[in-house]
Design a protein around this ligand. Structure first.
Ligand code: NAP
Length: 281
């Protein structure tokens, strides 16, 4: 019987540990502050921002909220980021993506001080990860490593296949698995014989952005499957990139959607905020 990797429970454990670390810092007179910027009022973004603020409150991180109008100019946004860069009380800066079309996301990400880049998207953070230096790590892949480790999945020496090569999931995921001494293959839309490639995996990470695309024909018997995708199916029910029911009898462990990777992403953002204290020393 396959084990269900419970991201909800693991993220709670992690948040409780972080709460203790934050209390220890507070006892030393160190207050952790995260600045959250949202431009416009995209509904999904507002939900994400709300959940991030709630997590801060739970852990004891002070959050500063900047809700900017949809027509905020790029210049105004960059000015605010620069002001926060220079504010010693602020440990982390998060700009909720996506941004309105008239604002250049790359420019925004690059303007955030790399020492406050708690999303781990700055080129300096990505570079640090790829050469094994200390820095912030993109929250979703960072959370997947935590899920694997805390659910007792050995990574060292394992064949890992990551399907997807996006900057926020696939690429940092492959770097992190490499850091954990896995043998890593990254597949994408130009990969030939995807089924054969995916079937090599002891650990298959799917970040493809297509609802229920991966069925048992892509999965080796006894593999561990991590489903990063998040979609609504025809009945408006949440589902992942993996056809869970079809794959379940063939795996040794799997993350559900919802309740797998999703809850870990915010928990890892909180971890990055706490790690910021050390990174900024
Ligand atoms: P993305 O930027 O759309 O990237 C998708 C990747 O999948 C691309 O590298 C693409 O290849 C590859 N791909 C697409 N179709 C393929 C096919 N038929 N065969 C092989 N590869 C294929 O997506 P993302 O941002 O990485 O996100 C992936 C999924 O994770 C989405 O469902 C997203 O909503 C979800 N997500 C969840 C969380 C969370 O917290 N749970 C966080 C982030 C993302 P090319 O590069 O060749 O185009």
């Amino acid at each position: 019987m396959a084990k269900i990797i419970d991201g909800k429970q693991i993220s709670m454990e992690l948040k409780d540990e972080l709460k203790e670390r934050v209390a220890e810092y507070r006892a030393q007179g160190i207050e952790i502050t995260l600045a959250v910027i949202q431009v416009g009022n995209d509904k999904a973004s507002s939900v994400y921002v709300g959940n991030k603020k709630k997590a801060c409150e739970y852990i004891g991180i002070h959050s500063l909220s900047y809700e900017l109008e949809e027509d905020t100019t790029e210049e105004e946004l960059l000015e605010l980021i620069q002001k926060l860069n220079g504010d010693d009380r602020v440990n982390g800066i998060l700009v909720q993506l996506p941004l309105p079309e008239h604002i250049d996301e790359d420019k925004v990400i690059e303007t955030i001080d790399a020492k406050k880049d708690v999303d781990g998207f700055h080129p300096m953070s990505v570079g640090a990860l790829s050469i094994g230096k200390k820095g912030f790590i993109s929250c979703t892949p960072y959370g997947i490593i935590e899920l694997l480790q805390r659910s007792g999945t050995e990574i060292d020496g394992k064949e890992c296949v990551v399907i997807g090569r996006s900057n926020i999931v696939g690429k940092p995921m492959s770097m992190l698995l490499l850091r954990e001494n896995a043998t890593v293959t990254v597949a994408h839309s130009h990969t030939k014989n995807l089924k054969e490639v995916a079937k090599r995996a002891d650990i298959l990470i799917v970040a493809i952005g297509r609802p229920q695309f991966i069925d048992h024909e892509y999965v080796k018997e006894g593999a561990v499957v991590i489903d990063v995708g998040i979609h609504r199916d025809d009945n408006n029910k949440l589902c992942g990139d993996v056809n869970y029911e079809d794959v379940f009898p063939h795996v040794s462990a799997i993350t559900p959607v919802p309740g797998g990777v999703g809850p870990m992403t915010i928990a890892m953002l909180m971890k990055n905020c706490v790690n910021a204290v050390e990174i900024q020393k």
